[in-house]
Write a protein that binds this ligand. Sequence first.
Ligand SMILES: Nc1nc2c(c(=O)[nH]1)N[C@H]1C(S)=C(S)[C@@H](COP(=O)(O)OP(=O)(O)OC[C@H]3O[C@@H](n4cnc5c(=O)[nH]c(N)nc54)[C@H](O)[C@@H]3O)O[C@H]1N2
Ligand SMILES: Nc1nc2c(c(=O)[nH]1)N[C@H]1C(S)=C(S)[C@@H](COP(=O)(O)OP(=O)(O)OC[C@H]3O[C@@H](n4cnc5c(=O)[nH]c(N)nc54)[C@H](O)[C@@H]3O)O[C@H]1N2
Ligand SMILES: [Mo]
Length: 772
Amino acid sequence: MTHSSHWGAFEAEVEAGRLVSVKPFSTDADPSPILDALPGMVHSSMRVARPMIRKGWLENGAGPAEGARGRDSFVAVPWDEALDMVAGEIRRIRDSQGNEALFSGSYGWASAGRFHHAKTQLQRFFNLIGGSTTQIGSYSYAAGQTLLPHIVGSIDPLVGPLSSWDGIVADTRILVAFGGIPLKNAQVEAGGTAEHTTGPWLERARRAGIRIVNISPIRDDIGSKFGAEWISIRPGTDTAMLLAMAYVFQSEGRHDRAFLDTYCVGFDQFAEYLRGAVDGIAKTPEWAASLTGVPAETIANLARAMAGERSMINLAWSLQRADKGEQPYWAAISLACLIGQIGLPGGGFGFGYGTEAGMGNPRRPIPLPTHQAGQNPCPSAIPVARIADMLLAPGTPYEFDGGRYLYPDTRLIYWCGGNPFHHHQDLNRLVQAFQMPDTIIVNECWWTATAKHADIVLPATTTLERNDIGASKRDRHLIAMKQAIAPVGEARSDFAIFSALAARFDLKNAFTEERNERAWLETLYEDARVGARGHDVELPPFDVFWRDAVVAVPGPDEPYTLFSAFRSEPERHPLATPSGKIEIFSERIASFDYDDCPGNAVWLEPEEWLGADAARTYPLHLISNQPKTRLHSQMDAAGPSLASKIKGREPISINPADAEERGLEAGDICRVFNARGALLAGVVIDSGVMQGVVQLSTGAWFDPDVDLELERHGNPNVLTEDRGTSRLAQGPIAQSCLVQLEKWSEPLPVVKAFTQPRYRRMEGIQIGDIKR
Ligand SMILES: Nc1nc2c(c(=O)[nH]1)N[C@H]1C(S)=C(S)[C@@H](COP(=O)(O)OP(=O)(O)OC[C@H]3O[C@@H](n4cnc5c(=O)[nH]c(N)nc54)[C@H](O)[C@@H]3O)O[C@H]1N2
Ligand SMILES: Nc1nc2c(c(=O)[nH]1)N[C@H]1C(S)=C(S)[C@@H](COP(=O)(O)OP(=O)(O)OC[C@H]3O[C@@H](n4cnc5c(=O)[nH]c(N)nc54)[C@H](O)[C@@H]3O)O[C@H]1N2
Ligand SMILES: [Mo]
């Protein structure tokens, strides 16, 4: 049975109604091992088997939970009763407090599949009942997403299409990658990917003799097999290095004056800043060396090398998931303007060649089959990562991208397809924030920490229990995702759940448009088929697609170069910025008068970095990057992720010198802590992690021991800070985090992340058997 996932398309093998194994897609040159987790996860004892209500909520009624959420046991109830309670509570709050009090932001990756996209189903329902408060932007790149429209008029350099790899292989001579191009990340793509191409592209770049430079605290961010040089840099200081490179260009007269005059505004203000006219500090390589730990000569020589040759600057998204995370992106764009190669084949910049599968793939921009949530009639939304602020301080003013707003008073949260107890920072604070509303409802396939912190948990099917279409902006395939097994337990699809809720508001037909799953798949596919014709692509009819299960759309013949139209005809193709040009200085951002994001790229000291005062108490910088063995928190309880644990905890990598100083050996359990929290992790000693830095991937299921004030499983978000990048973007700053680490010699507390909460059956309810 053909199917797909965020980490790749595959063939599902089913025996006696159970998924037994998964075979990678036949033409995938570099399939992801994460596939191996699927059988174990789909039939895991952690599946939510039936609707569950938190005992305290059932007994005491809706209201703030005062610590009971996350601790209480549950009661299993029949579907109809659960749905009645959910609909009743949504109606009560809507009618008494207004739609703004309903929160459906529901950030999260959910699963591949364009129709059963969880958040779309959720928000489609809420939009029909008058709307709800939502979230703006993405945890992935909130800072870049808010900044770039001001500077270059679009977010293409962030989400694509980037200048395509075929053009890089042909024309780039030096590829400078801050945060590297980690293949671990290139396993996944939202929507699903049939071919993993980043490794093969890097291999072609190596064979083409391109000089590849990995500037990162972690050596493996570009595998040594691609011949990359490694320049280790202190986390959070890339802006200083980029500014110093710009300084070298400018002070040595290597900058492209004609490019700056024709295509940019604000170079003179920026040049003043570089020279030190603003703050008395010239942004010399020596200055940057003292901040970054990169030798001044290395910085200057790299800048000079880039002056003479076709160069591509790549920054990982992680760089902007940090305190003042807007700055490295603005500094990189400004540097690329001085170099003057933007819009030329193989030149300029791009953010994220190593963030997801297919970034930089040559691809035709045909529309995808996509379900629509419709318009939200309620004009209420918060910046994505300000959720805990909103819950803890309703009515408080905040600033965002030039505007001033008040946090709404949230009485009900409905999460569907995300795991805030994975993705949010400072989880101990989020536990408090989640006590505030009257009611929290979660649709989940598994007993994640978010499900455990809800009042009503509705069991959702996994993709293998329904039919769907897999498609992504960055892969050329459409994949028929065919139902392989019957729903596990009493699970229902999110579509079925919201159809049933809509019926309780007399809106069933408006929600379903009188289509079932099959009719929707056909409609979405046929719409995309019509749209594809606009790009001279003729897709087969739906029945043929469904029979063959795969459609591969051939890529374009010519490489794509970002900003090439603007470069060749700047008057005819101006950028969507106030000046129509690239804004090295932005009058508009300057007019917001933010000291944490002024009118041009600047070095602003983060609150937590290795040069901060706090580093005397917490002397290690924690990189909580994306996990190699899973997708965020997904698939943590099986397969490669489970196999990677050390005594049941997430591995943390540390430089040999830092390990020795603390008497740590490989395989030890250590306590990692700062003022916000503490966790246990398993020690891996790795000289590929620079001294002063530790690396602990995101995604171990949150497992707090309230009495010990200890997270037992290794979830780094008990340590990270919950504050916005700046008033401009208010993005998350997970990468700006200092910690200390010590050996754990006490008895090891039992990990309960993969244990279901206690529950009992309500009188008269038959419980089916769930495999444990
Ligand atoms: N410290 C730190 N924190 C980070 C980051 C970091 O770099 N460092 N990165 C951030 C980034 S970039 C991101 S994108 C976020 C990711 O954060 P999330 O996207 O919230 O993480 P996931 O684990 O993918 O959560 C998706 C949830 O949806 C559930 N799900 C899957 N399919 C379905 C379905 O069909 N229906 C329903 N109802 N549920 C389903 C899964 O079981 C899972 O619990 O994390 C952010 N957090
Ligand atoms: N296997 C797997 N792949 C994934 C995901 C996953 O969960 N699992 N998640 C996907 C998602 S949602 C996203 S948004 C992307 C994220 O894509 P990225 O944000 O690019 O991913 P990260 O792994 O967080 O960071 C990449 C590397 O940047 C380096 N880095 C961190 N801080 C700094 C710094 O201050 N300076 C420099 N120079 N380098 C730094 C780290 O060493 C890290 O390995 O990944 C996607 N890919
Ligand atoms: Mo992300």
